[in-house]
Design a protein around this ligand. Structure first.
Ligand SMILES: [Zn+2]
Length: 430
């Protein structure tokens, strides 16, 4: 296998192959040293790419090297081990790596699958029911769909072991397709094997038991909803988290309109902030969230021009508007700035206009961030874009937060999210 680097898509992790290989395989898993991560397979015919490749030739984007922490791009075939997959084992409920029951209890999966690479997927037209043990049945309703994990390359012995347990508990083996719902540049369907219940549905219907796809308060589950363009969570608290530039989705038929890079890792960082706040509140508060999956080169969700001219941008802001309730709401709009910037964090409020008469709250937020060890400036260079200006026109208090790239690397964004979540959490009670 010949592995080269393509000098495009610096901000997007992807494996480029020729059209034939692309049709055969749906997802790649990359290993180097202790690193192991899944990546989207993209055709060399993608209008952004347009490269000529043989069957044994692969191009990786510079972002892949960043994640794998490879600084020297020579002899990549020795440094990167790339496996291709077209099928996987779709699991839900107790087989998940980390699952949540409707009571809010978090458990670790029991299936011995932890050493396998995994991606998240949605299987339709299936519905999930919980009645002591979770089970899945086929539904006619096309709106249904179960979110689960797809394990890749599962060893035959483990698979046989799981088969035996499931078959003896009145489940049958079904082969179908699951849509990959990761923040990938293309949306693809992968062949999966899953366990379907033979009996009639009883108990409560759920969309997922996968922890971090759902949050439980007083035995009520709140889910992330994923569509092609956005991931949306309608929470129960006064906090709204938005991230317009963290998406990687570059559909084949939606051409690039602007040569703009994404705010890398802000999609996952925002999700991490939400989970942290949920835990800090003793599993009582769920922030609302609207996170973009569409790449900034297709539409700029933080631009006034796109808001007035593009249907997707209008929809994005309509969803944010509908998140508001009567209680005092704080919107935190999450962005990423370059590593060349001196400061860790810049807060943008259009010189105080987007926080209106709540300068005390802004000051408190800045102090909290400093206590977490960040160097912080306010309204110096990034003074707040369309999102905070537009949504602060009504009751909302809106703050833009630019996070330095140094703090959003694949290996440290979780830690950064934890510190930012603490700073947000402390201002919500003011
Ligand atoms: Zn941005």
């Amino acid at each position: 296998m010949k592995i080269g680097v393509i000098n495009k898509w610096k901000d997007i992790p992807a494996i480029i192959v020729n059209e034939e290989v692309y049709r055969k395989f749906k997802v790649a898993v990359i290993r180097n040293g202790n690193n192991r991560f899944p990546a989207c397979i993209v055709t060399s015919k993608h209008p952004d790419i347009l490269a000529r490749l043989d069957d044994n030739e692969i191009l990786v984007t510079p972002k892949i090297l960043e994640i794998a922490q490879i600084s020297d791009p020579l002899d990549l075939s020795d440094k990167l081990n790339i496996e291709f997959f077209s099928q996987g084992l779709f699991v839900y409920g107790t087989l998940l790596s980390s699952y949540i029951t409707p009571d809010g209890d978090i458990h670790r999966g029991w299936g011995g699958l932890e050493k396998y690479p995994k991606i998240r997927g949605i299987c339709s037209p299936y519905a999930l029911y919980y009645h002591g043990l979770p089970y899945m049945i086929q539904e006619n309703n096309s709106e249904s769909g179960v979110i689960g994990e797809i394990y890749l390359g599962v060893n035959a012995n483990i698979e046989r072991k799981i088969d035996n347990i499931e078959l003896s508990a009145n489940y049958k083996i079904t082969r179908t397709k699951a849509k990959i719902i990761e923040n990938f540049p293309l949306i693809r369907k992968i062949d999966v094997k899953l366990y379907e219940y033979n009996g009639k549905p009883i108990g409560i219907a759920l969309r997922t038991m996968l922890f971090e796809e759902a949050y439980v308060v007083n035995k009520k589950m709140t889910y992330f909803q994923h569509d092609r363009f956005f991931s949306v969570l309608k929470g129960n608290s006064s906090i709204i988290i938005t991230a317009p530039h963290g998406g990687y989705y570059c559909p084949l038929k939606m051409l690039s309109v602007e040569n703009a890079e994404s705010d890398e890792e802000t999609y996952v960082l925002s999700r991490e902030i939400i989970t942290e706040i949920y835990w800090m509140s003793n599993q009582q508060l769920i922030p609302s969230a609207v996170l973009a999956k569409i790449h900034r080169s297709r539409v700029d969700l933080n631009s006034a021009i796109d808001y007035y001219n593009r249907r997707i941008a209008k929809e994005y802001h309509r969803i944010i508007e509908n998140m508001g309730s009567k209680q005092a709401e704080i919107l935190i709009d999450i962005h990423g700035m370059s590593a060349k910037e001196k400061y860790d964090i810049e807060l943008g409020t259009n010189y105080g206009a987007t926080v209106k008469n709540r300068e005390d709250l802004l000051e408190e937020f800045r102090e909290n961030l400093k206590k977490e060890g960040f160097s912080v400036v306010v309204d110096r260079k990034y003074t707040g874009g369309f999102t905070v200006r537009h949504h602060s026109q009504k009751d909302l208090i809106a703050i833009q937060i630019e996070i330095n790239k140094r703090l959003r690397m694949p290996w440290n964004y979780k830690e950064t999210a934890k510190r930012i979540a603490k700073a947000i959490w402390k201002i919500t009670s003011i």
